[in-house]
Design a binder for this molecule. Structure first.
Ligand code: IPM
Ligand code: MG
Length: 372
């Protein structure tokens, strides 16, 4: 029996293109694994009313981890319009399948390395080496949202918070509410993961990116917990920043930062910013990691207009494979893959269009495979 069971979820848009690239590299690496294809994405929403079918959850349950490429998401009205006619009006609700996977498997760490590979013409600078730890299950992604505002929620809020007085004259039908929910344990585990990583990889700082001067309770809880955890790591400095200032500092002096830790939505935003410093989403990979299961993905979306053309940069997907190998404990293979990616970028002979070249997705993956 192979050592690992790994689910492959290509999804849609350019998802299958980059998953084919991943397969080229996995074959070259000869990982002792069985690969199980699993359905996910827009086509399953359209014909089944479910973008993440139960059979996929069942398959994932039997695997060590999964690779996910990309899926298309659309706002509420468009999602309803794309449903097969017999499914419309049946109460099907579209929720992003990747967000659901994170919550279903309690993948509370979103690990997003943004490292400049020398020779990448898209780098802001060549000495950037950032890793974002984004809380991945709570905050504004908790899914506790209302519109219109139910009367019982309104009454409870009015009784509990003076801030609600400002909305007293607005009809409930005209109020939308999204709750930002943090738990102490949620804060603790993401901050601890960031410190553990910093310690293991020799980063001198962990920067907490929040907004406690305004979001006094949620960001405040995270800051208080972070200070306590930091005390367990005397050799690592905890820097506290506000998310708005951080956006500016990251553009100004990205080389000064190492490990960043943030809540779900701020981490989502700041990790896109960090990705652009090192070439954009074509170079940004992401690990959704829990205690017993993990899903690895490129951070980019499904770019439907490029679907099936095999011209997008596969680097983000290949770096996701590298993160997976690390997580599986296959450190030598992971290091060899990263070195091969770095070599192909440094050499600059095989380049996809974003890098100013005209090579295909698969040619770039083959060049990487040849260097392993
Ligand atoms: C990401 C993406 C997702 C997110 C979307 C596709 C729901 O932006 O992985 O960063 O918001 O988490
Ligand atoms: Mg995002």
């Amino acid at each position: 029996m192979p050592r690992y069971r790994i689910a492959l979820m290509p999804g849609d848009g350019i998802g299958p293109d980059v998953m084919d690239a991943a397969q080229i590299v996995l074959d070259q690496i000869a990982l002792d694994a069985e690969y199980l294809p699993a359905d996910i994405g827009w086509s399953f929403w359209c014909c089944e009313g479910e973008a993440l079918p139960q059979r996929t959850l069942d398959t994932l349950q039997t695997c060590d981890c999964a690779l996910f490429a990309a899926v298309t998401s659309k706002p509420k009205e468009e999602a309803e319009a794309d449903l097969a006619p017999e499914l419309r009006g049946q109460g099907c609700v579209y929720r992003s399948p990747i967000v659901r996977l994170r919550q279903h498997f309690d993948l509370y760490v979103n690990l997003r390395p943004c490292k400049a590979f020398p020779g990448n013409p898209l780098n802001l600078r060549d000495d950037i080496d950032l890793v974002v730890f984004r809380e991945n299950t709570q905050g504004l992604y908790a899914g506790v949202e209302f519109h219109p505002l139910p009367e019982e929620v309104r009454a409870a809020l009015a009784a509990a918070s003076p801030g609600m007085a400002a909305f007293a004259g607005t009809p409930s039908a005209d109020i939308a509410l999204s709750c930002r929910i943090f738990t102490r344990e949620g804060c603790r585990r993401i901050v601890r993961s960031a410190f553990e990583y910093a310690q293991r990889h020799g980063y001198p700082t962990v920067t907490l990116v929040e907004k406690p001067n305004v979001l006094r309770e949620t960001s405040g809880l995270m800051v208080r917990e972070a200070r306590q955890i930091a005390a367990d790591y005397p050799e690592i400095k905890l820097w506290e920043t506000n998310v708005d200032a951080m956006a500016m500092w990251l553009v100004k002096n990205p080389q000064d930062y190492g490990v960043l830790v943030s809540s779900n939505m701020f981490g989502d935003i700041i990790s896109d910013l960090a990705a652009q410093l090192v070439g954009g989403l074509g170079f940004a990979s992401s690990g959704n990691i829990g205690d017993a299961f993990a899903v690895f993905e490129p951070t980019h979306g499904s770019a439907p207009k490029y679907a099936g053309q095999y011209n997008v940069n596969p680097t983000a997907m290949l770096l996701a494979v590298k993160l997976m190998l690390d997580w599986l404990g296959e450190r030598e293979r992971a290091a060899a893959l990263e070195a091969a990616i770095a070599a192909v970028i440094a050499e600059g002979k095989v380049r996809t269009y974003d890098l100013g070249g005209d090579n295909s997705t698969l040619e770039m993956a083959q060049a990487v495979a040849a260097r392993i």
